[in-house]
Design a protein around this ligand. Sequence first.
Ligand SMILES: NC(=O)c1ccc[n+]([C@@H]2O[C@H](COP(=O)([O-])OP(=O)(O)OC[C@H]3O[C@@H](n4cnc5c(N)ncnc54)[C@H](O)[C@@H]3O)[C@@H](O)[C@H]2O)c1
Length: 311
Amino acid sequence: MKRSEIRNILIAGGGMMGKNIAFVFSSVPEFRITVYDIRPTDVRAGVRLNCAQLLEKGVLSPEELEARLARIDFTEDLDSDSVRNADLVVEAVFEDMAVKRETFAKLEARCRPDTIFCTNTSVMSPSEISRELTHRERFVGTHFWNPGHLIPLVEVVRSDATSDETAQTVMEVLRDAGKKPVLCRKDVPGFIANRMQHALWREAISIVENGIADAETVDMAVRYSFGLRLPQLGPLENADMVGTDLTWNIHDYILGALEDSHRPSPLLTELRDEGKLGFKTGEGFRKWTPEETAASAAELNEYLIRMLYGK
Ligand SMILES: NC(=O)c1ccc[n+]([C@@H]2O[C@H](COP(=O)([O-])OP(=O)(O)OC[C@H]3O[C@@H](n4cnc5c(N)ncnc54)[C@H](O)[C@@H]3O)[C@@H](O)[C@H]2O)c1
């Protein structure tokens, strides 16, 4: 199916991600979006709540928000016209292989054979999720990042059967909706960005575990050094900037000293086993008051809005 043929978008699962994904697509005036969920969900109220900071900062006007909300409907009925007529489906149900497979089996029985199927799985394999489908060529991963209405990246992940046309159409749809899609050519755990993110987290935990620095210091070292440059300068542009010869010399010296464990660290295991679960329980790598945990989420959104919209 081509980009020009996409009009009706179905979001399966109206939770945190589903609502934000619906909002993202509502930026394209020609799209009609329907959110399907097994539970009655006030999607428009949820989107309004998520957009409070965008309104407050003047990134979005109240009129614009209302116009976008008018393009978003909700259904609990899998046999409705909005399911039958969907040109593109984005699934954002629970992160559970059986639930996702069952959802797509039901959708395949109702949608056209060329309806594009996308899964917003965070970590599961699109090839595995689509294994039982008849038309696997129209299936692709679309990994939105949380908060989905703010973070621009969407990883478009090819399964072992995704067609070129499907991948291309989905990239174009996402670009038109204001996202920055990137194509992940292979269905590998962590896709592109989480592989890098968790390589960094593994090293950060290892530094604490080995007594090199405490958790607060590790976070400071990132926030006030390469973390500041990252939105402007990716690691490979940076490597080219300093030279591949210098990068080679540094790697030759340092790589043997870095953490390369293939298991979650003993420190992380200990924290989990002791119920030190982070914000949820008030202690993880560090101690957290309820005020600090509330401020952290609000400040992150404010920061993202400032970075992305200059407001
Ligand atoms: N939360 C994140 O940070 C994040 C980021 C990227 C991707 N994801 C992925 O997005 C998906 C959704 O995550 P979320 O955080 O929005 O979860 P959530 O729990 O907020 O929402 C899931 C929704 O799916 C609905 N649902 C469950 N079974 C269903 C079914 N059979 N048919 C229709 N609806 C069904 C639930 O009622 C719920 O409203 C997951 O696959 C998750 O891994 C989450």
